[in-house]
Each structure stands twice: as structure tokens, then as C-alpha cells.
Design a protein around this ligand. Structure first.
Ligand code: GDP
Length: 308
């Protein structure tokens, strides 16, 4: 079995850790979001790729859902003393990742080459591919104007009203090497429980990826990041509403419907089964709250059962 997973950050990290505990990590290829990449102090930070790599390397700070467990923040404090902006929290060990990435990008390596080097060096058996080597930047339109995703999410704490979302650069981007093949050759394609608009949306915005999903031979199964009428965490609800989607598993299915076969939704959303069937998506109920590793592994096992 070869599984290809479309992934954002925290929700995807929990699920992929469970998945790679129940099948060999080498059977999994991750296509990761780079829409929320940011330049911080001149360093190229790829928060979602790093969250997935740290999770699969056993390094993730699981209480925060980002960064490296036990990291210190001495550089951040020193930068504050120097009067620099410090709203984006970068730990000292985490900084090494961004220095490594930025240095290698500057010598002409692509983001996919650097990401592969990072995951191998950290002992991650799954391939991790950025959706594109070209920049695709999620931009959020607020009443005060356009913001980069990290400015909206971290600096402004996702408080401003959201009027629109754009993926700058997507028109000119191409899928990174291996991305289309990973979709074509997969026995199954999983859409992790991730923010549909700002984690999966930037992947889908890269020309060629939606067509590849439409033509994929493998079954395509998504896990809803929305339980009831709210996301488990983060601003997905606000962003879905801004895009005219209901904040529910049905809204998730509507967004993925052109190519989605199956939606795994939480047991407490049983009332949505018929509306999902009407959309032409097969709904499956499961316990989708991954509050610990056992629950993440149980969800991964349930998903794998559905595929065999
Ligand atoms: P962001 O935090 O909204 O930028 O998005 P990410 O895609 O990085 O990850 C957070 C998403 O994962 C949110 O939409 C959450 O609702 C979802 N999520 C987090 N933990 C869980 C979980 O245990 N179960 C499910 N079903 N979704 C989750």
C-alpha cells in the first residue's frame, strides 16, 4: 500500500504520527502546505513542513503543537533586546532548521531538496514534499488591508474580520518534483484534518494538483477538521465562513467535493450523514478527536480499514 497525504500543520501532525505508527513510514508520502511560509529575520520559515517533520521525528512540542519539545527562546529574547519584532516565536533549536533551510536555498537548492535533506537528517522515513518549490503565499484580506497568513494568525491572533483569501503566486507555480506522481501512484490519498482554506487550499491552488486528484486511481478520503459547528483548533471556521462555506463537516465536503470519495466525520455529527450523501460523498463516522497518541493511532487504523 502507498499512501499520499495532503497536510497542513497541527491536525495533520497528530494524524500522521498515528498513521506512521500503524503502517511503515516509508509507505507514506506527505504533500505539505507552504502557503504560510514566512520570512522572519531574513530566515525562510516553513511552519507546516517543520511541524510535520518534527512530529514524525519525535521532536514536536506536542503541548504547543509546533516547535521542538524543551526548546529555549534565548535568541528571541536577545532579538527583543535589540528592538526587533518578536511576535513570531522561534526557539533556539528550531532556529537551526531555518538557518539550514535558508543557507541551502541561497546556494540554489530547491525547497523540495532542502526539505528532503532535513527529513532524512532527522530520521523521518516518510517522504515530505512541498506542494510547490515556487512561493505560494496565503494572503488574508481584512478591513485594514491584506495581511500575510502569519501576520493574521500569529501577530493579530486571527482576530480581524476576514473578507477574502488569496494564494499569491499560485498561478505561476508548478507542483514540486514527485507531487503529481505521488497522487497518480497512490493506493489511497488522505486529506489530513487540516484547515481546508489555509492549509489544503494553497496545495489545491497549485495548477495541476486538482486535475491529478480528479484523475487519481486511488480512493480519496478526507478527515474533517470540523466537529459540530467549530474547528478543533485554529481559525478554520472563520476562514470557511469567509469563503461562503458552512462551518461543518458538510462545508468541508462541499469544498473537496469535486474529487473527494469519502469523508470521515466525528460520531457526534451523525445528523449530517444524509446531507453528505446528497453531495455524493460517502460519509463514515469515527472518533476523530486525537487527544492522545492511542486515539490518533485508532483513527489511522479505522481509516486504513476503510481502504482495504
Ligand atoms: P490552522 O491551525 O487552522 O492554521 O490549521 P492546521 O491545518 O495547521 O491544523 C489545524 C486544523 O486541524 C484545524 O482545522 C483543527 O480543527 C484540526 N484539528 C486539530 N486537532 C484535531 C483533532 O484531534 N481531530 C480533528 N478531527 N481535527 C483536528
Amino acid at each position: 500500500m502507498r499512501v499520499t497525504a495532503l497536510a497542513g500543520g497541527t491536525g495533520a501532525a497528530k494524524f500522521l504520527r498515528g498513521l506512521t505508527a500503524v503502517i511503515a513510514p516509508e509507505q507514506v508520502t506527505v504533500i505539505g502546505n507552504t502557503g504560510d511560509d514566512a520570512l522572519i529575520w531574513g530566515l525562510h520559515v516553513s511552519p507546516d513542513l517543520d511541524t510535520v517533520i518534527y512530529a514524525l521525528a519525535g521532536l514536536l512540542d506536542e503541548s504547543k503543537g509546533w516547535g521542538i519539545r524543551g526548546d529555549s527562546f534565548r535568541c528571541l529574547a536577545a532579538m527583543a533586546t535589540l528592538g526587533r519584532e518578536t511576535w513570531f516565536n522561534l526557539g533556539d533549536r528550531d532556529l537551526a532548521t531555518h538557518l539550514f533551510r535558508t543557507e541551502r536555498l541561497r546556494t540554489g537548492e530547491s525547497l523540495s531538496q532542502v526539505t528532503d535533506a532535513l527529513r532524512r537528517t532527522l530520521g523521518v522515513g516518510s517522504r515530505i514534499l512541498p506542494a510547490s518549490d515556487a512561493p505560494v503565499s496565503t494572503r488574508i484580506l481584512t478591513p485594514e488591508g491584506w495581511l500575510g497568513f502569519q501576520e493574521f494568525f500569529v501577530r493579530e491572533k486571527a482576530r480581524p474580520e476576514v473578507l477574502d483569501v488569496a494564494y499569491a503566486g499560485a498561478d505561476l507555480a508548478h507542483p514540486a518534483p514527485g507531487v503529481l506522481e505521488a497522487i497518480e501512484m497512490a493506493t489511497a490519498i488522505l486529506v489530513c484534518p487540516s484547515n481546508p482554506i489555509t492549509s489544503i487550499g494553497p496545495i489545491l491552488a497549485v495548477p495541476g494538483i486538482v486535475d491529478a486528484l480528479g484523475a487519481a486511481r486511488g480512493e480519496i478520503l478526507a478527515i474533517s477538521p470540523i466537529v459540530g459547528d467549530a474547528p478543533v483548533s485554529g481559525p478554520a471556521g472563520k476562514l470557511m465562513a469567509a469563503r461562503g462555506l458552512s462551518v461543518s463537516a458538510t462545508g468541508v465536503a462541499r469544498f473537496y467535493r469535486p474529487w473527494l470519495d469519502t469523508l470521515v466525520l466525528d460520531r457526534r455529527d451523525e445528523a449530517l450523514l444524509s446531507s453528505l450523501q446528497e453531495l455524493g460523498v460517502t460519509p463514515v463516522l469515527a472518533d476523530t478527536l486525537m487527544t492522545d497518541r492511542e486515539k490518533a493511532e485508532a483513527l489511522a487504523r479505522r481509516v486504513l480499514e476503510l481502504l482495504t
